[in-house]
Design a protein around this ligand. Sequence first.
Ligand code: GDP
Length: 533
Amino acid sequence: MSAPEGGEATTEAARRRTFAIISHPDAGKTTLTEKFLLYGGALTTGAGAVKAREGRRAVTSDWMEMERQRGISITSTVLQFPYRDHVVNLLDTPGHRDFSEDTYRVLAAADAAVMVLDAAKGIEPQTLKLFEVCRERGLPLLTFINKWDRPGRDPLEVIDEVEQRIGVVPTPLTWPVGLAGDFRGVVDRRTGDYVRFTRVARGATEAPEEVLDAAGAADAEGEAWTRAADELSLLDEVGASHDDELFRAGETSPTFFGSALTNFGVRLLLDAVVDLAPSPTPRLDEAGKERPLDAPFSGLVFKVQSNMDRAHRDRIAYLRVCSGRFERGMVVTHARTHKPFATKYAHSVFGQERETVEVAWPGDVVGLVNATEVRVGDTLYLDEHVAYPEIPSFAPEQFSVVRVRDTGKAKQFRKGVTQLDEEGVVQVLRDLDMGDQAPVLAAVGPMQFEVAVHRLETEFGAPVELSPTSYTVARVTDEASTTPLRGMRGVTVLERADGTRLALFESRFWLDRVLADQPDLTLDPLVGNAMVG
Ligand code: GDP
């Protein structure tokens, strides 16, 4: 690799790949993450380390306990490991649809995403939302079709489904030899080579690979090879080939077949992340101006998580470095409040495990502990002012009124609700007249409510009750439209802490009627309802 022109930050950024893995729960995200660590040489204890860490986390935090019970991940972690001459930053996302907003925020910090699909299940209805949010951000997307070691579907059928359901054209870079369940190896379409895999016990070490040419492959695999070769000519005919520009625009997705469990295809995927996914580039600020990579330090907060650790009751802001060199201890400026912010407590965050970070570069993620006033979407910078655009808020689909059960706990209740709002656990909407009395919690799905209720009770000592409302669709409105909207049946207008007004409708049908009757009203879509809308 020739050294890029520019300063040290540009050079360091060019070595970095920062991406998120998204998948439906159980498709194999955790297993693939472990295997990436294995191939990155960052996992010496064999498979199971990520799960084991999750287990430990569950002991120290209330809501991790919920995760363990439900077998899903609500929180995210960030992993960093070296691979070849690169630094890989892997951002985990919660797999469940209900936490799509969280995934959306994590994607704001990623330069690419890897979508993991279960070969037998393809695109599951619950997953669609997650991929829609990815599509909405226009992120370059790689696809890994996992569990090919098990009986599953026809590979052409699977890629066809990806194209139909999420509107991204898969461009397979590898193609499986052997039907799902009888997985022998993959053809690397870029070279035409056949990569034959050998199983190792429990997938505890890298899977040995043997590279054969077409003649050798035909000899070794017989009919399985012929079938794969036929399918490949079909792919060539339809032109499903990789195109860097279309991939970077999020239109096509380089696709890989494999089995995370047996390590088959993991190296090829990780190589592709390094070879194809873009490195961090200058980010646009609020005014649409680029902040050069070599400008002084700046970063974007994409996630805030509190009370991860019962013993500490702290608040961690996850910051993606966007420009310059981050150095622990430097005093930066919080763009929203213009206040100084000391970065003495900067960590890398591997789930619950923290290590002090001394230096970080564009693309890296730093966890800032005790970031009391910092919220999702905030910018921190050194010397030269910059503010990045806020992460647009997501369209909630469920709305429940929340009330404290014991009025003696009203203070704790208010504090808890404000904090959950700032963390983005749920959105908090207030009645224009009633204010704090009985706010409405807005969420994409019911599990967000569960987390909120659980945390209000266990962390803030404010047991609450929720009463569902009949609203299902939200749109952004303004002051001028508020009075006419409030006069209508089946519509209400509520306000977020930042002053944004949301109009809520009982049904999509009703919203369409209102839009048709009164086209002058302001009713703008939010992220996540723009697509279906
Ligand atoms: P996550 O919920 O997406 O993180 O999924 P996990 O990585 O926890 O995997 C869910 C289940 O699928 C576990 O029992 C894994 O052992 C299994 N699994 C993951 N990858 C593979 C694979 O390639 N082949 C098979 N047969 N099972 C797999």
